[in-house]
Design a protein around this ligand. Structure first.
Ligand SMILES: NC(=O)c1ccc[n+]([C@@H]2O[C@H](COP(=O)([O-])OP(=O)(O)OC[C@H]3O[C@@H](n4cnc5c(N)ncnc54)[C@H](OP(=O)(O)O)[C@@H]3O)[C@@H](O)[C@H]2O)c1
Length: 249
């Protein structure tokens, strides 16, 4: 599908990759970008210049994806979208065994899996009505192999990968394309604690837009992600062992 003239809702756009996606979409000819933000007032104060620059094009909407009433309101407001980008996510850096209890694991599943599924279920009929369009899910290389350093996060992103495959099949008849993005470490707040080379969120945003235009389904953009995918194709057990060397404290 074309970005030019599209109407888009992106979740989790207060910072990081979501923020880069909104900018890239607005600069690439999207007709309208609904920017899902948990605290719209704080964002409006902090980003007055940004909002002025894209006045009439970028519209912040109050959206915590775990809150059903806010998801319902988003559907009412963004009834014209033909592209949904599920970017909002959390990483608690908790080990599956090392964590004190299951709170982190449950919270990550709630945001990264259940709330994202709720968004897709809520917007699937909107996309159908608007001609099919596309859904993009921000997955991770951690969707493919568990990183014990963020073991509970990896499990939630693996669930999101499975969800992505399932909704792709279920929504094919409605003409809705479903795309998964698998980034490696990206230079945002989420990856602050990781000592590795990191790609920029702008690079992920540009690569995502290109993948949407090209109709790609499984998308590896940054160099680490590309290398990771090649490693999985040639020796998946070696990749698992390598990821297993990074243990939680
Ligand atoms: N950074 C990486 O290395 C990396 C790698 C692979 C995949 N990813 C994925 O890429 C996506 C974006 O990550 P990022 O690096 O940009 O993370 P980030 O800098 O931590 O930003 C996350 C964004 O999600 C929002 N968010 C969190 N919980 C939410 C909720 N319940 N409802 C709505 N919004 C919520 C946050 O809102 P507030 O600002 O209000 O907290 C924030 O705007 C995530 O899905 C992440 O898993 C990131």
């Amino acid at each position: 599908m074309k970005i030019e003239g599209s109407t888009v809702l992106v979740t989790g756009t207060n910072r990081g990759i979501g923020r880069s996606l909104v900018t890239a979409l607005a600069e690439s000819g999207a007709k309208k970008v609904y920017a899902g933000i948990r605290d719209v007032e704080a964002f409006t104060n902090k980003e007055a210049k940004f909002l002025e620059k894209f006045k009439g094009k970028v519209e912040p909407i109050s959206l915590d994806i775990t809150k059903n009433n806010q998801v319902d309101l988003a559907v009412e407001k963004a009834y014209d979208v033909n592209l949904l980008i599920n970017n909002a996510g959390i990483a608690n850096y908790s080990g599956l065994i090392a964590a004190d209890d299951l709170a982190s694991a449950r919270q990550e599943m709630e945001v990264n899996y259940f709330a994202t599924l709720a968004m897709i279920r809520a917007f699937a009929p909107v996309l159908k009505k608007n001609g099919g369009g596309a859904i993009v899910n921000l997955l991770s290389v951690a969707s493919l192999v568990n990183f014990p350093l963020l073991g509970t996060y990896s499990a939630s992103k693996a669930a999101l990968y499975s969800l992505t495959q399932g909704v792709r099949a279920e929504l094919a008849a409605e003409g809705t394309k479903v795309i998964g993005i698998f980034p490696g470490p990206i230079d945002t707040d989420m990856a602050k604690g990781i000592e590795m080379d990191k790609a920029s969120p702008d690079e992920i945003a540009q690569g995502t837009l290109k993948a949407i235009e090209n109709g790609q389904e499984d998308v590896f953009i940054d160099p680490m992600a590309v290398e990771f995918q090649q490693g999985l194709l040639s020796d998946p057990k070696a990749v698992e062992r390598q990821c297993g060397e990074m243990l939680p404290a």
